[in-house]
Design a binder for this molecule. Sequence first.
Ligand code: SF4
Ligand code: SF4
Length: 194
Amino acid sequence: MTASVSLSKKASAPGWFLDEVIRATPGISRLEMCIQCGTCGGSCPSAGDMDHTPRQLFAMIRADMRDAVLRSNTPWHCVSCYYCTVRCPQEVHITDVMYALKSMAIQAKLYHDAVGPDFSQTFIDYVENYGRSFEFGLATRHNLRHHPLNIPSMIPMGLGMLTRGRMDLTPQRIEGLEQLQAILARAKQLEESA
Ligand code: SF4
Ligand code: SF4
């Protein structure tokens, strides 16, 4: 279900939060080019779970509704399929904006709930320690913590993936992990000094 959005409250002072989001988005966002056509929400496979469609969220950003945007579950339901991005007539980098909003919500501690941030942190932990994701550990840790009742229903799929060699039981380190860790450390330094 998507919620209706009233933009009237803060429409008198638009732009500050829009600038903040544009600055936080890696590369160029083109967010200021959004014409509110709604193609993104109409294309999004996760729109039904989002409390605001991407179009609504971008209208809220323009209206300076900072807290409401950062509390929204919308970025956390984005599965990074890039479908909206390739269909946007204005070439707004929507998926990258979603990443930026997640990062901003974590920094501001305004995220919808801890499920999404925890999942991201677990993913990052594996990448930092092994250089890649580890699906078995990621799914196990995440579901034990947040959805323990889901685990029995996931066992058949997990066993199927293990027996077909589509998933490892233990994490595998990539070659050249030290180089990746150095890159990640430098990226963190740059982010902190920005
Ligand atoms: S598809 Fe692009 S222009 Fe249309 S509402 Fe979404 S972001 Fe804005
Ligand atoms: S990238 Fe995210 S917001 Fe865009 S269509 Fe896919 S799930 Fe929806």
